[in-house]
Design a protein around this ligand. Sequence first.
Ligand SMILES: Nc1ncnc2c1ncn2[C@@H]1O[C@H](COP(=O)(O)OP(=O)(O)OP(=O)(O)O)[C@@H](O)[C@H]1O
Ligand SMILES: [Mg+2]
Length: 424
Amino acid sequence: MINLVVVESVFTSIEIIQAARKFSEHVTLARGIDKSLFRSQSLNAQILSEIDIVEGGHRDPQGLVATLESLAASSPIDAVVSVSEICIEEVSAFCARQGIRFTDAAGVRLAKDKFASKVRLRELGLFASQHEAITSLEDLENAAERVGFPCVLKPRKGAASIGVAILRNATDCSAARSRTLTESMTLEQSTFISSDWVLEEYLQGPMLSIEAAHAAGKTKVFTVGQRSRACHDESIEIGTLLPAPIPDAVVHECQVFAEGVISGLGLNLGIFHIEAVRTQEGLKLIECNPRLMGGSLPHLYDLAYGESIHTRLLEIMCYGRLPQFAPLPQRFGASCFLAALTPGTVPHDLNLSWLSEYDSGAVKYHGFVPPGTPFEATRSNLGYLGRFLVFGPDPLKLDHLRREILDRFSESFGVPFARPEVLE
Ligand SMILES: Nc1ncnc2c1ncn2[C@@H]1O[C@H](COP(=O)(O)OP(=O)(O)OP(=O)(O)O)[C@@H](O)[C@H]1O
Ligand SMILES: [Mg+2]
């Protein structure tokens, strides 16, 4: 029996906990401080009642490490899984000290650093794009001139698109500066978003996410998704079409690209989420997250492929081997997030009864904010009002359907929502 520890803090991780529960009789959850995130459904309560729970916290990385150390002292840990970005560095360092199989700690640290990771890949002659590290935004205009407009400003270590801005001219630089300096980050965010910056060449072309597994020295791409960004601001992600409707030759390109990025960064074990743009010069890296895809993507994967990506991850992390073959998709899935373009309040009498007009199996909606809640215009992945998934056999029809449903949500919420860019 494997003594398996799941380190998690966010509500989406209930799925990895559920998969772990099926995988091993002995599962311990080292849980983040915000317990309310796990309470949303009775199913969650049942799953949580079947496992051991110890309190740790992503808002207190040292507290989390102390929790893990006392767990290991009381009973040797065989395997650790963690799918959220927030504490992955601490978890990988802990596993390295304890000799527990996990993603290499130096690789995780490098991948999380959006400047150092690109320097490394550039040194290896891979995927060169212009980029520069800056410690202050005082001189942003000059730095942007050096990199060249348009360019992208982002925290050197970040997540959820917080603080990301596309700069097309000097006016955008001063707007980004005043927005960023006045934007007060929550305590939670300041523990995982760095206060220094990277400025990158803006990559033009369709955005793909490559979900690639690596174990025993081999890389295998499980799936490639086509990302849709907001038409009005490409730093806001609106959804994904999975699998991307791309020819085999492009899937092969993604495989070669993933092999280069993963080995270049020294990521030796896990399933990684690589974001890239397919430019006219080929694929170029936005970032390689040293953890499983997040948000609605695991759910979309399960729907499209008819299998659990979390179970795949558990097999890799517990046994250190790659599966014999990658799965085949059974249908396409598309996600769409509700990103408000203007501030407002979720109507007290929010009426979504029209959802029943759609085949109940083919549209899955999850609201994030209860009726009566005021909201701001969405500026990062943490500000969505909800999301829906649609799935079926035809990717173009799905894209059309998701736009139609998005319009109906706009009517119901009484606010315009960001529209996904047109698929190329
Ligand atoms: N160099 C670039 N060229 C074009 N678009 C970019 C570039 N860098 C970032 N973006 C856009 O901004 C978004 C957020 O950037 P990035 O992924 O680096 O930040 P993040 O905070 O890690 O976001 P997330 O956790 O949402 O993936 C990307 O998904 C992409 O849409
Ligand atoms: Mg990203």
